[in-house]
Design a protein around this ligand. Structure first.
Ligand SMILES: Nc1ncnc2c1ncn2[C@@H]1O[C@H](COP(=O)(O)OP(=O)(O)OP(=O)(O)O)[C@@H](O)[C@H]1O
Length: 270
């Protein structure tokens, strides 16, 4: 994945004027790398995730979808600026996407089995049923869910289990790139690390590239090889976590670095 001078805008709608959410972004996720995208609320992280996952050609009723108004991004050589509906469907099968609210938006009337199997059937509705069942078992097991959840519905699972289910669904087609938007946001602190460690473990096993988004540096420290720091839609830090924090190029990064020093000072005193 390569973004060059990428600018993304929400067009004017109703009384709301047009809004540039991401400006002049240069970003690359290398093959097999986990890149962390860090930034405070409203900095444009979800907009980038949605665009890079190719899920920006449609918007929910009454809303607008983001538009690439400058530069471009390429995902597996596909220009997102020129993306058409047909290409977006194909991209959906190549990029695993865990949206920010994925675990809360799982189809309520589908069982775990149907939810994990759905992307396979969308790609090939004649897929062999026995192979499909076997793939569901493999994925449920891979995300460390008990096989007893297979006939259950999302509302019967805990928030952490639903998140594992969303990850299983995103990875069922063996994507070469995973985009995970705040994968630990809806989960209590105790389970948070286990979800992040699970993504890292799956990534190491299957060697996919990943863009993991979080507002929490501690989360990214656990998983990312490098980070990109976003502030008000602009990249203000990019590199290994240690390099970015050691050479802050923006007051926001400086603040992050000093907060971290404060934290480690506090833990030394404990
Ligand atoms: N549909 C929309 N129309 C207009 N502006 C929008 C729309 N969706 C998001 N924005 C604006 O774009 C900016 C970036 O939003 P985005 O959701 O990408 O941020 P974020 O970093 O993911 O925030 P959070 O961590 O809170 O999810 C925000 O200022 C937001 O208000």
């Amino acid at each position: 994945m390569l973004a060059s001078d990428l600018t993304i805008e929400y067009p004017a709608h109703g009384p709301s004027p047009a809004f540039v959410a991401v400006r002049g972004l240069d970003l690359r996720v290398q093959p097999g790398e986990v890149l962390g995208l860090l930034g405070e609320s409203g900095s444009g992280k979800s907009t980038i995730a949605r665009v890079l996952a190719g899920q920006f050609l449609e918007a929910p009723r009454g809303d607008v979808h983001p538009v690439i108004t400058g530069g471009d991004a390429e995902v597996f050589g596909e220009s997102l600026r020129k993306l058409r509906r047909r290409d977006a469907d194909r991209l959906m099968f190549e990029v695993g996407y865990v949206a920010q609210d994925a675990s809360e938006n799982l189809p309520p009337n589908f069982t775990v089995s149907e939810i994990v199997a759905e992307p396979i059937l969308l790609r090939d509705r004649h897929y062999n049923r026995k192979a499909l069942e076997a793939r569901v078992v493999t994925m449920v097991d891979a995300v460390r869910l008990p096989l007893s959840v297979i006939p259950r519905y999302p509302y019967e699972l805990s928030a952490g289990q639903r998140q594992r289910l969303a990850i299983a669904r995103a990875l069922v087609l063996d994507p070469a790139l995973l985009i995970a938007d705040e994968p630990t946001a809806a989960i209590d602190a105790l389970v948070r690390h286990s979800i992040i460690d699970l993504i890292r473990e799956l990534q190491e096993h299957s060697a996919f590239s990943a863009l993991v988004i979080s507002h929490d540096l501690a989360v990214l420290r656990r998983i990312a090889d490098r980070i990109a720091v976003l502030k008000d839609g602009v990249l203000v830090g990019y590199g290994t976590i240690d390099d970015v924090l050691a050479n802050p190029l923006h007051p926001y990064v400086e603040r992050l670095a000093s907060e971290l020093v404060g934290l480690s000072g506090a833990s030394e005193q404990d």
